[in-house]
Design a protein around this ligand. Structure first.
Ligand SMILES: *Cc1c(COP(=O)(O)O)cnc(C)c1O
Length: 480
């Protein structure tokens, strides 16, 4: 630990007081955080406060004068409490959201306390090196090419944006076009193929990059939400590349995986770039079970991958990874040039050369700490535990006549229907009114579904049984 000469400061009464305030502020905050996490499993995962109540708590005119830091944080705790959703509890399945692993939370506190700006190597060598190491661990865990580069983004949306920006630049180079010099407006058009079941954030990323919906080539999908590779083949043949193919690891409703080996082989034929949106599903590659890893077979042949940290790896929000095989294409798309900003090779890793931001939080510390805490086997347990839970619950539910799992179960996601759309909606409402389990509905292929995502805190055996029993009881109460 570094020490500074504080003799002058220590003789200063005000500084002493503020040392004490700092200590009590931080320990009070840590106590609050621990109390919240300890009770998360026993409280309802639903926010209890209405918007009006939350506004009354947080609201009021701009304070003319300040209060102590402690008073401000006490007010934050009081006002936020009623509006928090139990994302970290083992009772929340409504969305695909991770549970903020304690090692990551603690690392994030230090990240904030250290106040590092993770933009360039010189502003925080520790963060640059932690990212470098965490990046190589991630590639190892996910079984991706070790030469790929990794940018630490806010989530999979920006990871997708970053990867697709690298793809756009590189594909246009294949047409002899320099996007950095000449921009997009007059550039050659190239075909972009994506499944009609692509995640909505991929369309957003494409839009940010100048590609509107009408210019995209929609590829059919099968009943589980997988891209129909034969349809892709036909469409690639009639729209010669080089182009961009966007595949998916982990369909939001079914967890289904595209056929990456076949898609990558097809794309290679006409020199196209394959991007895999693997926000949560790519983590199947970190499973300890062969068949599960094989679901994602061939995904390593793609050119780029967007993955979330804050879903299956349980990194606290916000965290995602933009992974690009061609590190030059990645840096060309993202690096900011200035006299004081060097490229990677000259002065260690330049974290900003892989993401859209310059100044940002030292996001790599939390990822590094969680992987350090879990190890390869711990990450595999996270993945396999969630998948086993999904299988077990799907099995109990599917045994009841009238309840249908409307897809093959691949990973951690289940989409259910009951009798018909109205019944499904009613079951969802009964469960929501009970307030014990956080569930949400969705519409898939024109049907109402109850979607369960097992990806946050692990469930005990009795919790799994209870969840299945409660869903069945809710349904039975409506059919009686
Ligand atoms: C969650 C998700 C995204 C978007 O990720 P964010 O982290 O919310 O930005 C993209 N694709 C898929 C398949 C997802 O599940």
């Amino acid at each position: 630990m570094q020490t500074h000469d504080c003799g002058k400061l220590n003789s200063d009464k005000e500084a002493k007081l503020s040392d004490l305030e700092l200590e009590t502020l931080f320990s009070f905050t840590a106590e609050e955080a621990a109390a919240y996490r300890k009770s998360a499993g026993s409280n309802s995962p639903y926010a209890k406060g209405s918007r009006d109540e939350l506004r009354a708590g947080f609201g009021g005119p701009l304070p003319e004068h300040g209060v102590s830091n402690r008073t401000a944080i006490e007010a934050l705790v009081r006002n936020a409490g009623p509006g928090l959703v139990g994302t970290v509890s083992p009772a929340a399945f409504g969305w695909v959201m991770g549970g903020s692993h304690p090692a990551g939370v603690a690392a994030d506190w230090l990240t904030s306390a250290w106040g590092q700006n993770a933009g360039i190597f010189q502003t925080t060598p520790a963060s640059a090196v932690a990212e470098e190491v965490a990046a190589s661990w991630l590639l190892d865990l996910l079984g991706l090419p070790s030469e790929a580069s990794v940018g630490f983004t806010t989530g999979a949306t920006m990871a997708g944006f970053t990867c697709l920006a690298a793809a756009r630049g590189e594909i246009l180079r294949r047409y002899g076009w320099d996007i950095d010099a000449d921009g997009l407006a007059q550039s050659p058009r190239f075909p972009i193929f994506l499944s009609e079941e692509a995640h909505t954030t991929i369309y957003a990323a494409l839009r940010y990059l100048g590609f509107g919906r009408r210019g995209l080539i929609a590829v059919k999908s099968d009943e589980d939400g997988r891209m129909d590779a034969s349809d892709l083949e036909a469409k690639i043949r009639s729209a010669p590349g080089p182009g961009l193919v966007i595949a998916q690891a982990g369909h939001i409703n079914s967890g289904a995986m595209d056929d990456f080996s076949r898609i990558c082989a097809l794309a290679q034929e006409n020199n196209s770039w394959v991007h895999v949106d693997g926000a949560f599903g790519l983590w199947a590659r970190a499973s300890g079970v062969n068949e599960r890893r094989n679901l994602c077979k061939g995904a390593d042949q793609a050119d780029s991958w967007s993955v979330d940290g804050h879903k299956w790896l349980q990194v606290p929000y916000d965290c995602g990874y933009a992974i690009v095989r061609d590190a030059d294409a990645h840096q060309r798309a993202m690096s900011i040039t200035a006299s004081y900003l060097n490229r990677d090779s000259e002065d260690g890793r330049i974290p900003s050369a892989y993401v859209p931001e310059l100044s940002r939080r030292a996001r790599g510390f939390a990822t590094w700490s969680i992987i350090k805490a879990l190890g390869r086997t711990g990450v595999a347990e996270l993945v396999d535990g969630a998948c086993d839970t999904a299988y077990e619950i799907a099995e109990s539910l599917a045994a009841v006549s009238g309840i249908e799992i409307i897809h093959k179960v691949f990973l951690n996601q289940i989409a259910l229907s009951f009798d018909d759309d109205t019944m499904t909606q009613n079951v969802i409402e009964v469960l929501q009114e009970q307030g014990k389990w956080f569930v949400k509905g969705a519409v898939w292929k024109g049907r109402n579904v109850l979607r369960l995502s097992f990806i946050s805190a692990p469930m005990t055996d009795s919790q799994k049984r209870e969840l299945a029993e409660d869903i069945i009881a809710a349904y039975k109460s409506l059919t009686a």
